[in-house]
Design a protein around this ligand. Structure first.
Ligand code: SAM
Length: 279
């Protein structure tokens, strides 16, 4: 039986081309205020990326690592607004290849590189020396890791003192009539099974793991407090998920169905964290 990490890699063999077609180069949720102003999912996603780069205080010429960079849109955007150097990492070479191509198209190849790492390399990030980076970011990727705590410990090691870890991720929470673990699990388990997520955390479980790794947590928040989290895949399916007819399209249709159900029940949301390495 394949490891969980290998299953995630294989999931993106199918989901990667589908997400690319349906969402373009930026896949994560956006800033809620930007969404409410009517900005596109891409513009709202960029607004949230700007917020994270600003929170980290990343400066021109500094070096950052974006964990789980997908097809690269957000990594390249963060590099362009900060003028910092970025390395985006994924465990799926198809994703890294698309990201490199996009960086070349944008004239950003001298500022951004995309590397494919081994399935379990996230646990120690040994390619990076101690205290060598000025920011580590992630956008909706740590949710796929069975051993999230090891990633946070590795991020702590590679960051210089005073530098920031910033992240955005899928979470579960109590909402409305769904308050108990059992009631929440009814909606969240199908999401975990279909979308290859070993376990969805909470705002607080991430805060605890990040703090346990040695960071001072400055922000740990639910980005959709008190409202259902529709975000980048609006309920009217304007992006066309239901009509997607690429390879293994049933996986994509099932993913949309179970995620919409969890969004509707209110128990699915997206969290945001900003944490500083002391010193
Ligand atoms: C949903 S995509 C996020 C893409 C991008 N951050 C965005 O929001 O547009 C998840 C990413 O996490 C990466 N990932 C998942 N498990 C991983 C692992 N074990 N090692 C490295 N990357 C992993 C996938 O390869 C993919 O790039």
């Amino acid at each position: 039986m394949n490891s969980v990490e290998a299953q995630v890699r294989e999931y993106y063999d199918t989901a990667g081309p589908a997400y690319h077609k349906l969402m373009g180069s930026i896949w994560h949720h956006g800033d809620l205020a930007a969404e409410q102003e009517g900005l596109s999912p891409e513009e709202a996603g960029k607004a949230l990326a700007r917020k994270q780069v600003a929170a980290a205080g990343l400066q021109p010429g500094e070096t950052a690592l974006d964990f789980g960079s997908g097809v690269g849109g957000t990594t390249i955007y963060m590099a362009s607004i900060s003028q910092a150097y970025f390395v985006g990492i994924s465990n799926n070479e198809w994703l890294s290849t698309q990201a490199r191509r996009y960086a070349a198209e944008q004239g950003m190849s001298e500022q951004v590189a995309f590397l494919t790492i081994g399935d379990e390399d996230y646990k120690n990030l040994i390619a990076w020396p101690d205290k060598s980076l000025d920011m580590v970011s992630w956008f909706e990727s740590v949710c796929h890791l069975p051993d999230k705590a090891s990633f946070f410990a590795a991020a702590f090691r590679v960051l210089r003192p005073g530098a920031h870890l910033v992240g955005v991720d899928w979470i579960q929470r109590p909402f409305g009539d769904n308050q108990t673990d059992e009631q929440i699990a009814r909606w969240i388990r199908p999401v975990e099974e279909v979308i290859s997520i070993p376990w969805l955390g909470t705002v607080d479980s991430y805060r605890e793991m990040i703090s346990e790794a040695g960071f001072r947590v400055e922000v740990a928040e639910d980005l959709y407090p008190d409202v259902e989290c529709w975000g980048s895949t609006p309920v009217d399916d304007g992006q066309g998920w239901g009509d997607y007819d690429g390879e293994l399209s049933s996986v994509i249709h099932d993913g949309k169905r179970v995620l919409d159900a969890a969004r509707s029940a209110g128990v699915f949301s997206v969290g945001r964290w900003v944490a500083r390495k002391p010193g």
